[in-house]
Design a protein around this ligand. Structure first.
Ligand code: AMP
Length: 284
């Protein structure tokens, strides 16, 4: 893999990379299509990274659908699929980790201790193996994208991190491999994340800026859904993921919600319009 990457780089080709954990859906294929607009070759990887799952999380039952994934990937025309074994990524004696401090401890990091250390470590390794010019990540995992961009900057990596829009089902549910865990009732209830974010958007569009108020709006919407339980709701600065009191700069409204045992996340990105900072631009 590494020799190929070097040859492609030497030949002046622009390498694009889309790392995934498999169980591919249209969120993943959108990243590949985006990569194909700017890069050739495009490399995709499938690796269910044990180091980003907590001891009580779903590593062993995480959906593994390699055959179907391979078909989907060949339909996208991706050039290379990299599916390493765990022993290839973490050989015996492996003992080096990447920790992005601060950013990794908030929100997802608080709910899932060690998660971003596992993510940053595996992405660092994958970037070093694939040597891409551009690597593509989904805004569905907004904090993860920021952790990786921070790591890439801090460690002078030769890869530009590109963050792409969230792909949703027709009813607004963000596509996720974990949606497969939902039963029919939970699946219907799962639109509550998107509904909560739409209410935040309406409030902001009507002039609300107070973060506590916007959080309470999200909590109320989730509470009304019998099958849903809030893990967190937050209005956070788009760069640091620290809580803000007012929406006056680029921010995320973020939430993590349990539907039964399944934990889902979603977010709304909001930034002041360039022409008129009093107006906001929304990315849902
Ligand atoms: P995963 O396989 O869940 O680790 O995701 C691999 C990549 O796909 C990550 O960069 C995710 O943020 C991205 N991704 C997952 N779901 C979506 C979605 N619904 N829309 C856009 N990107 C997504």
């Amino acid at each position: 893999m590494k020799e190929h990457a070097q040859q492609a780089r030497d030949a002046g080709r622009i390498i694009g990379f889309v790392p995934t954990m498999g169980a591919l859906h249209e969120g993943h294929t959108a990243l590949i299509q985006r990569a194909q607009q700017n890069c050739s070759p495009v490399v995709a990887s499938i690796f269910v990274n044990p180091k980003q799952f907590g001891p009580k999380e779903d590593f062993s039952k995480y959906p593994r659908t390699l055959e179907k994934d391979t078909e989907k990937l060949s339909a996208t025309g991706v050039n290379t699929l990299f599916v390493p074994e765990a022993s290839e990524i973490y050989p015996q004696g492996f003992s080096t980790y990447v920790s992005v401090e601060g950013l990794s401890e908030r929100l997802e990091g608080r709910s899932r201790p060690g998660h971003f250390r596992g993510v940053a470590t595996v992405v660092m390794k994958l970037l070093e193996i694939v040597r891409p010019h551009f690597a593509y990540f989904g805004r569905k995992d907004a904090q993860q994208s920021r952790v990786i961009a921070q790591m890439a900057g801090d460690l002078n990596l030769d890869t530009e991190i590109v963050v792409c829009p969230i792909v949703r089902e027709a009813d607004g549910l963000a596509l996720s491999s974990r949606n497969a865990y939902l039963n029919a009732e939970e699946r219907r209830a799962a639109t509550v994340l998107h509904r909560a974010l739409k209410e935040v958007r309406s409030e902001l569009a009507a002039g609300a800026r107070d973060a506590l108020h916007l959080q309470s709006v999200m909590r109320r919407v989730v509470k009304e859904e019998r099958l849903a339980t809030v893990d967190y709701v937050e209005i956070a600065d788009a760069l640091t993921f620290e809580p803000v009191t007012q929406v006056r700069r680029p921010c995320y409204a973020l939430l993590a919600v349990f539907l039964g045992k399944t934990r889902l996340i979603d977010n709304l990105y909001v930034e002041p319009a360039t022409a008129n900072p009093e107006e906001l631009v929304f990315h849902l």
